[in-house]
Design a binder for this molecule. Structure first.
Ligand SMILES: [Mg+2]
Length: 425
C-alpha cells in the first residue's frame, strides 16, 4: 500500500463563548483535517487542533510521506522525527506543541487506511475491543449568552432542548445546574465535569456543591481549574470538596505543586497539564503528582503512544481518563476507538462534542446513547466524511480570519484590558 497524496484542510467549526482560565472561546474552533489518499483509491482521515504552525509542519511532512506505506508506521515516525523541531506545550490549558499533533494526525489517518485495506475496524488493529461502548462525561462550561459561529452572541430561536439550552448564559451555580440537566437529558451522560478557573474559586466550589445537590451522590463530579490556583487555594477549596469530587483536575501548575495538593487533600488528582508527554513520566513517578492521567491521542502522538501511556498507568498505579478540546467527528471516532481498546481506561472520557453537535463534517455523525458511543464496526474509523460539509467548514476558516486559538484576545473584547495569568487565585 502506498500514500499517493496528502490533503491538508484547515476548518473552522462554530464554538460558543465558553469561559476558561485562558479567557474566552472565539466564535470558531479551529481544526485541521488530514486526508491520506492511497494509490488504490482509499482515503484515511485524521483531525487535530488547528494552528498555522501545525498546518505548515504538516505541509512539510507531506512532502516526505508521499510514496510511503501506511502500514510502515516505524518508518513514518522516523521520518517525522527527522523533521521535528523542539517545541513546548506552553502555559495555556491546551497543548501548543506542533510535531506531536502532526504525528497524531498522520498515525490516525494511517490506521484508518489500514483498517479500510484490511476490512477491519481500527479498534481491532489496536488489540480488539476491551469494551463495546466508549463512555463519555458531560462537559460543562461557564459561558456567555450565544451559540457561536454564525449565531455570534445572538440566539437561534428555532433550537429546542439542549440546542436551545446551550445558547443560554451560565454564570452562576443555577446556570451550571441548568446546563448540566439539559446536557444530561440529551445525551445520557453518567459523569459531569465543570471547566473551572473562570471565576473566583468559591463560586466554582458552590457550583460543584449545587451539582451534587441536584444530581445526588451517584453522579461522579469533576472540577478542572486549569492550574490557575495557588497551592493554598487548591487545598482550601479541595477540603470543601472531599467526598464530592470523583477527581480534582489540575488545580495547580507543575508536578511538585500537584504533589503538595495531593498530600493535603483527600481527592484523587488528575492531569492533562503537568504530565503530558513521555518526558514527564519520570517526574510523575518521582513526585507522585497525580493519581489519574488524561490521555489524548492528539497530544501523546496517536493511538499507539496512548496505549503506551495506558501501560505506564497500569504499571505505576495511575488511573486513566481522556482529555478533549473542541472537536469534530473524525476526532470523536478516533477517541472512541482508543477508549474501546485501552483495557484500563478507568473513567468516562471528556468530549466537547455536544458544543459542536449539529455542525459536524460526517455524513452520519456518531451519536451518544445513554452517555456512550458504540464502537464503529465498519472498516477503519468507521466514518464517512461529507466533502460538501468539509468544504463549507473550510470556507468558514478562510472567512473567519482566525489562524491560531487565542482566548485572551477574545476575552478582551468582552472585558477590555483582561490579561491571562498563569496563576490567578
Ligand atoms: Mg484539563
Amino acid at each position: 500500500m502506498q500514500i499517493s497524496e496528502i490533503r491538508i484542510t484547515p476548518v473552522a467549526a462554530p464554538d460558543p463563548p465558553l469561559l476558561n482560565a485562558a479567557g474566552l472561546h472565539a466564535p470558531y474552533a479551529l481544526r485541521i483535517i488530514v486526508e491520506l489518499v492511497s494509490a488504490d483509491g482509499l482515503s484515511g482521515w485524521g483531525e487535530i487542533p488547528g494552528s498555522e504552525a501545525t498546518r505548515a509542519a504538516l505541509e512539510t511532512a507531506a512532502k516526505h510521506l508521499v510514496g510511503m506505506d501506511p502500514w510502515q508506521l516505524n518508518a513514518i515516525f522516523t521520518t517525522l522525527e527527522s523533521l521535528a523541531k523542539p517545541d513546548d506545550r506552553g502555559a495555556a490549558p491546551w497543548d501548543q506543541r506542533t510535531w506531536v499533533h502532526v504525528r497524531s494526525a498522520i498515525e490516525v489517518a494511517c490506521y484508518d487506511l489500514m483498517g479500510k485495506s484490511a476490512g477491519r475496524p481500527v479498534v481491532d488493529l489496536l488489540g480488539g475491543a476491551a469494551r463495546e461502548r466508549a463512555p463519555f462525561a458531560a462537559y460543562l462550561f461557564y459561558k456567555y449568552e450565544g451559540a457561536g459561529g454564525e449565531f455570534g452572541f445572538g440566539r437561534d430561536e428555532s433550537a429546542e432542548g439542549w440546542f436551545a439550552a446551550r445558547q443560554l448564559a451560565a454564570l452562576d451555580p443555577d446556570g451550571i445546574v441548568a446546563q448540566a440537566q439539559a446536557m444530561v437529558a440529551q445525551y445520557g451522560f453518567k459523569s459531569i465535569k465543570l471547566k473551572g478557573g473562570a471565576f473566583e474559586p468559591q463560586r466554582e466550589v458552590d457550583a460543584m456543591l449545587a451539582l451534587r445537590e441536584a444530581f445526588g451522590p451517584d453522579m461522579p463530579l469533576r472540577l478542572d481549574p486549569n492550574a490557575i490556583w495557588r497551592v493554598d487555594t487548591a487545598i482550601a477549596t479541595g477540603k470543601q470538596l472531599e467526598g464530592v469530587l470523583e477527581y480534582f483536575e489540575d488545580p495547580v501548575r507543575g508536578q511538585e505543586n500537584m504533589a503538595a495538593v495531593a498530600r493535603a487533600v483527600d481527592i484523587p488528582l488528575a492531569t492533562n497539564m503537568c504530565t503530558t508527554s513521555f518526558a514527564d513520566l519520570p517526574g510523575s513517578v518521582a513526585h507522585q503528582s497525580e493519581a489519574i492521567i488524561l490521555s489524548d491521542h492528539h497530544f501523546w502522538g496517536g493511538f499507539r503512544a496512548s496505549l503506551d501511556l495506558a501501560r505506564f498507568c497500569d504499571v505505576f498505579g495511575r488511573g486513566m481518563s481522556m482529555h478533549s478540546n473542541s472537536h469534530l467527528g473524525i476526532s470523536l471516532a478516533a477517541m472512541t476507538h482508543l477508549a474501546a481498546s485501552a483495557p484500563n481506561l478507568t473513567y468516562d472520557c471528556d468530549s466537547h462534542y455536544p458544543w459542536q453537535d449539529g455542525h459536524d463534517l460526517l455524513v452520519t455523525p456518531l451519536a451518544f446513547e445513554d452517555g456512550a458511543i458504540a464502537v464503529p464496526s465498519e472498516p477503519g474509523l468507521g466514518i464517512e466524511v461529507d466533502r460538501a460539509k468539509l468544504a463549507r467548514l473550510h470556507e468558514r476558516y478562510l472567512a473567519c480570519g482566525l489562524t491560531e486559538r487565542n482566548d485572551e484576545i477574545e476575552m478582551q473584547q468582552a472585558q477590555p484590558g483582561w490579561a491571562f495569568q498563569s496563576t490567578r487565585w
